[in-house]
Write a protein that binds this ligand. Structure first.
Ligand code: ZN
Length: 191
């Protein structure tokens, strides 16, 4: 089922996600719904907070993006990124390996707003999958950027928090408008 993606101004986007301690049928269903929602919106990543569920789970799929490559290494050997997509990460953690690089970023909770954000080029990731197994891999490029962006969401951190002061100023009016619209919609719904 395609879920509603909540927008900037919704309080759940600022909540830290609870650690997932058991892969229940509800968690499996949430993962399936998040994948469907991400694909319907043509996103490369989606965190549970963005569907108003503050738990530590994010989904990723970089197959649709050909002009911004991703790399993956499993056990020190290059692996086929596409064969590992879509990727569901539960309780993900990462360690930066490469230097930070600046690159364009957007967010499904901030429609039409894009800015350059600095992220590590390469990261080592540890997470659980839906089978409850521990995944360990190194990745780079777009996938590394997406995983860092979603990892932030799981902690209530948004890409506007990492924008340069100049980018944020440039987008301030759009951000204020989006937040006001979200708050007004929430208020209307509460009536
Ligand atoms: Zn986002």
């Amino acid at each position: 089922m395609v879920l509603e993606i909540i927008k900037y101004g919704h309080p759940v986007l600022r909540e830290r996600g609870a650690r997932i301690t058991a892969i229940t049928p509800e968690i499996r269903q949430l993962a399936a719904d998040m994948l469907e929602t991400m694909h319907a919106s043509k996103g490369v990543g989606l965190a549970a907070q963005q569907v108003a569920r503050a738990v530590q789970m994010a989904v990723h799929d970089v197959r649709g993006v050909k002009d911004r490559p991703s790399t993956m290494e499993l056990d020190g050997r290059p692996a086929d990124v596409d064969s590992l997509m879509p990727l569901v990460l539960i309780n993900p953690e990462f360690t930066p390996v490469g230097e930070p690089v600046s690159g364009p970023e957007g967010c499904l909770s901030f429609p039409e707003i894009f800015a350059d954000i600095s992220r590590s080029q390469t990261i080592d990731v540890v997470a659980q999958n839906l089978a409850g197994e521990t995944l360990r891999f190194r990745c780079g490029g777009l996938l590394a950027r997406a995983i860092q962006h979603e990892h932030d969401h799981l902690r209530g951190i948004l890409f506007i928090d990492r924008m340069s002061r100049a980018s944020k100023l440039e987008h301030q009016d759009e951000l204020d408008l989006l937040r006001a619209e979200t708050k007004a919609a929430l208020k209307a719904r509460a009536r």
